[in-house]
Design a protein around this ligand. Sequence first.
Ligand SMILES: [Zn+2]
Length: 116
Amino acid sequence: MKARALIFVASAAVTSVLFINLCGTIFQCGCESLWGAGATHCNIHAAHGRHCPWCAVSVYWQAAIFGTILAAQGLVAFGPWVKSPWMRLIGAVAAFPATGLGLGLLFGWFTQYWAH
Ligand SMILES: [Zn+2]
């Protein structure tokens, strides 16, 4: 049980650090890494043009996106499906870009981000 908790914390840490990189990668919005400019150059700061859906939504939606990714990682980390601890770790970390990409496409499609 302890190992599973460690795996979850490690994968959640990866999500916390790289979340904004995924935003910049999916939406090409100008978001940079936390050790770079962060959201300083994100297109939400522009008066006109499209606004990156993850940065434009309220903090509650951002928490929901983040929480959904963590929940997916928790399912892999604590779930009974993966037996090997290393595969469990790899799966829990991989759940971040996998779930994030799905949510990103959903938000981008819903807000018609790529339509204009
Ligand atoms: Zn952004």
